[in-house]
Ligand binder design. Structure first.
Ligand code: SF4
Length: 371
């Protein structure tokens, strides 16, 4: 997918000339208060090792651009796990087929119980999450679940198995606003090793999923990689940025969001291949904000509270709150979590923290009658 990177590094084999070049690009970006359009050179410079010395300036610019485009607002939402059934083996996930855990798919009544709790917290935006199981959580189950949930929430997003364009059209008609599908890793070898069995083993099919979502004219498409799967987070980030840029050009009528999940402990033994530090993650968030001013940037409860508090002022525009990562987790469940969360504050505590920074908490950012 990367078109220019190899050429770029060939032209600048000498590391000191590469550092000079990065500094020149960054200087130029800061001088111009951002970039006019995405350039792989700019993005690469912004996430380069050398540029971390300019982190304070990057944060200031990222904050300025975010306030210009989004105002001082943070949207909060809750994930609603509908099922932990999965036909795939993903070596890093607690729901993997190979893990002998109790499996659970919520019934209509159980979904309603979860909704009741989430509504009592004040949520109006929800992300429906399932494992990937053709039969247990196929298209008919998903449409039914969306129809139930849509009666109670203005904004319904989904993070489920990759589907065909026709299925995305059906889900959009049922009330889905946004579809998230993470490539996990753009490194084909790592992908093969970490997804050895099931439909998800097909790298190309997953890679083409955002195109099928775009072809369905979905309102918003969410992308991301799982940092820690491969040992080179910078190459993953550059691939992700290129993918986003290509999709934006093709599906200009859709909005886009980027998430920044880092590997967290779960039921299994997968060790992260590389550690993306908090400082580097902050640098990455700034790079995405500077190169993609209008894209929603989202941070989950995987991150620790103190880091999430800082990230709000650095380019993040949306975050999950009070998350439970097991089906039935809000109303009552003993099922196994997909992964451990780090920010265990209640939605009200998170809302209070956001307000204390003079940001407005957005529980609902538009009315469904408008679309
Ligand atoms: S990451 Fe998704 S597809 Fe893979 S095992 Fe977990 S739930 Fe299933």
């Amino acid at each position: 997918m990367i078109t220019n990177k190899a050429k770029y590094y060939q032209q600048h084999e000498n590391i000191s000339s590469l550092i000079d070049l990065h500094e020149k690009y960054i200087e130029n970006i800061l001088l111009n208060n951002g970039t006019n359009s995405f350039s792989e050179y700019d993005f690469t410079s912004l996430i380069s090792k050398e540029s971390s010395i300019n982190l304070e300036k990057l944060v200031q610019l990222s904050q300025k651009i975010t306030k210009e485009r989004f105002g001082s607002t943070i949207q909060i939402f809750a994930p609603l796990y509908l099922s932990n059934e999965c036909q795939n083996i993903c070596t890093y996930c607690g729901f993997s087929l190979s893990n002998k855990i109790p499996r659970k798919t919520l019934t209509d009544n159980e979904i309603l119980q979860e909704i009741e709790v989430l509504k009592s917290f004040g949520f109006d935006a929800v992300l429906l999450v399932t494992g990937e199981h053709d039969k247990r959580v196929g298209i008919d189950y998903l449409i039914n679940a969306v129809q139930i949930v849509k009666q109670h929430f203005s904004q319904v997003s989904i993070e489920v198995q990759p589907l065909e364009t026709d299925d995305y059209i059906k889900l959009k008609n049922a009330g889905v606003y946004s579809v998230l599908v993470y490539q996990e890793t753009y490194n084909k070898n790592v992908y093969k090793q970490t997804h050895p069995k099931g439909k998800k083993a097909n790298f190309e099919y997953r890679l083409a999923t955002p195109d099928r979502i775009g072809a369905a004219e979905m309102y918003k498409i969410g992308l991301g990689v799982l940092f820690g799967l491969s040992d080179d987070w910078r190459t993953e980030a550059i691939e992700l940025a290129n993918h986003l840029s290509q999709l934006q050009k093709k599906y200009w009528q859709s909005k886009f969001s980027i998430s920044f999940p880092r590997l967290r402990p779960f039921e299994g033994e997968f060790e992260p291949k590389a550690h993306l530090s908090e400082k580097e993650l902050l640098q990455l968030i700034c790079a995405f904000r500077i190169c993609f001013p209008d894209v929603e940037l989202s941070l989950s409860t995987r991150e620790r509270p103190a880091f999430r508090d800082i990230a709000i002022e650095c380019g993040i525009t949306s975050m999950s709150a009070g998350s439970k990562t097991e089906p039935g987790g809000y109303s009552n469940s003993e099922a196994l979590k997909q992964f451990e969360i780090h920010d265990e504050r209640t939605p009200q505590q998170i809302a209070a923290m956001i307000q204390s920074k003079n940001y407005e908490v957005v529980w609902k950012d538009w009315d469904s009658v408008l679309i």
